[in-house]
Design a protein around this ligand. Structure first.
Ligand SMILES: NC(=O)C1=CN([C@@H]2O[C@H](COP(=O)(O)OP(=O)(O)OC[C@H]3O[C@@H](n4cnc5c(N)ncnc54)[C@H](O)[C@@H]3O)[C@@H](O)[C@H]2O)C=CC1
Ligand SMILES: O=C(O)[C@H]1O[C@H](OP(=O)(O)OP(=O)(O)OC[C@H]2O[C@@H](n3ccc(=O)[nH]c3=O)[C@H](O)[C@@H]2O)[C@H](O)[C@@H](O)[C@@H]1O
Length: 447
């Protein structure tokens, strides 16, 4: 099938590559000319495991193309996906300008009937609003083409986007009026090998399903972080508690890892957006408010531990920081806990020597030549001359560490671990002072 996709970010590009890989022919459009030029050379503008290989093979097979030309993209197919950003507005609500700009482009360039599929995470009622906008624009031009707008939220995770796209747990189709389900079966058949993945509902329920899923996951994280802070004060070990509660299949092991808070382009923005949506509906979402404030406090946790350890005497000290991206396997630093820490350390007069396996160019883009930041070539180099080590992102290759080297290079031999990648007893044996998130050493109370 021929498919057009608006937006070549994490969602649009991954979706395009995966749809092409299973045999569809996909034309992607973006307003970012540099990005399109890069993509036409087979280069991925984002780091996502497996993505560039899919881009290259499908570009050369002629199943994938990239353009900035709206006439070409809209004319390419009757099926058009919207996968542009819905960033937070100043008040936290979703900024819908990009989605509605695409709606207007579709109306302007359509010469035949279209099915418009919205993948961008959008407030409840957006599919209906897009439909109304396209129809009103068409009727102003005296055209009646028959456009159907469907909500099809995306659930992929950064760092495993290709895998998630290829093996989705469910595909939500939010469709009002005449149910054109066969079209979706055809698009998604290759991804539904073992059992039916399509769950069909009305568009408003589909839109709320997306927010509910992200808010549920964020709730689990804030809950375990709350327990971790409590565990520290009570001399308990959150890792034991995690195993204890995770073994209950009603709770499960996923998304209950304590840490220095959730980041990324989605949880923080979607929790806020759903709060605004609730407010507009006259409802105060107490739980969502709590999830967000627990997370904001948790993002300060590493700095609080550092401050307490040094009795507020941080000025002039240097900290080695391992990990800048908001999670492993991505170069994305949007809302990353690392940014909160770096800015707090700089404000306190400290310097940072940071290393991340993929996010160095992003850090350079964000901070430029910041006098308080040295970007090291390796995790070992980051340790040179530092007073203490802070771990923010649980990249796999941070887990195997040369403690002898850490001991030798750190002036104060202190490790602040924001992701619990080490065992407290092990670091104590290595003669290092260790701060975890919610792990008391042999029943010792940390706080
Ligand atoms: N990043 C993620 O892991 C996930 C994101 N989502 C949602 O998917 C949507 C897209 O997110 P990302 O891919 O992360 O965004 P992104 O910011 O990485 O990419 C968006 C792209 O859309 C392009 N764009 C903006 N206006 C355009 C227009 N009028 N025509 C063509 N292209 C245009 C931008 O230039 C950019 O390349 C958001 O609503 C997000 O909440 C959903 C699931 C996962
Ligand atoms: O809507 C979206 O954009 C996506 O948001 C999240 O995906 P993502 O933000 O890419 O990454 P996650 O793996 O969910 O991690 C988010 C944050 O939570 C943190 N986290 C995750 C799990 C955990 O147990 N503890 C924890 O602190 C991570 O470190 C990271 O900072 C959801 O997991 C996806 O299903 C969703 O599609």
């Amino acid at each position: 099938m021929k498919i057009t996709i608006f937006g070549t970010g994490y969602v649009g590009l991954t979706q395009a590559a995966c749809l092409a890989e299973v045999g569809h022919t996909v034309c992607c459009i973006d307003i970012d000319e540099r990005r399109i030029a890069q993509l036409n050379q087979g280069l991925s503008p984002i780091y996502e495991p497996g993505l560039e290989a899919l881009l290259l093979s499908n570009l050369s097979a002629g199943r994938l193309s990239f353009t900035t030309d709206a006439t070409e993209a809209v004319g390419f197919s009757k099926v058009i996906f919207i996968a542009v950003g819905t960033p937070p507005d100043e008040d936290g609500s979703a900024d819908m300008q990009y989605v509605f700009a695409v709606a207007h482009t579709i109306a302007e360039y359509s010469r035949e009937s279209k099915v418009v599929i919205n993948k961008s995470t959008s407030p409840v009622g957006t599919a209906q609003r897009i439909q109304a906008r396209i129809q009103s624009a068409l009727s102003k031009q005296g055209r009646d083409l028959g456009v159907q707008v469907v909500s099809n939220p995306e659930f992929l995770k950064e760092g495993s986007a290709v895998d998630d796209c290829m093996r989705p747990e469910r595909i939500i189709i939010g469709i009002d009026g005449e149910q054109n389900i066969e079209l979706f079966r055809e698009i998604y058949k290759p991804f539904s090998r073992n059992h039916e993945k399509l769950i069909v509902m009305d568009s408003r329920s589909a839109e709320l399903t997306k927010y509910a899923a992200n808010c549920m996951l964020a709730t689990k994280i804030s809950f375990i972080n709350e327990m971790a802070n409590l565990a520290e004060r009570l001399g308990a070990d959150i890792e034991m508690v995690r195993k204890g509660i995770g073994s209950d299949s009603r709770i499960g092991y996923d998304f209950i890892y304590a840490g220095c808070g959730y980041g990324g382009s989605c949880f923080p923005k979607d929790i806020q957006a759903l709060q605004r949506i609730a407010g507009e509906a006259g409802y105060q979402p107490l739980l969502l408010e709590a999830v967000e404030s627990v997370n904001q406090r948790q993002k300060q946790k590493l700095f609080d531990n550092i401050r307490r350890h040094y009795n507020d005497d941080i000025s002039g000290k240097t900290f080695a920081v391992w990990g800048l991206s908001f999670k492993p396997n991505t170069d994305d630093m949007r809302e990353a806990p690392s940014r909160v820490l770096l800015e707090s350390l700089w404000a306190a007069g400290a310097r940072v020597r940071a290393f991340d396996p993929e996010a160095m160019h992003e850090a350079r883009r964000i901070y430029g030549e910041h006098p308080g930041l040295y970007l090291a070539d390796s995790k070992e180099e980051a340790l040179e001359g530092a007073h203490a080590l802070v771990i923010i992102t649980e990249w796999l290759n941070f887990r195997v560490a040369d403690f002898g080297l850490i001991r030798q290079r750190l002036v104060n031999r202190v490790v602040f671990d924001g992701r619990n990648i080490f065992e407290p007893e092990q670091l104590v044996r290595e003669d290092l002072t260790y701060y975890s998130i919610g792990r008391a050493v042999s029943g010792m109370v940390q706080a």
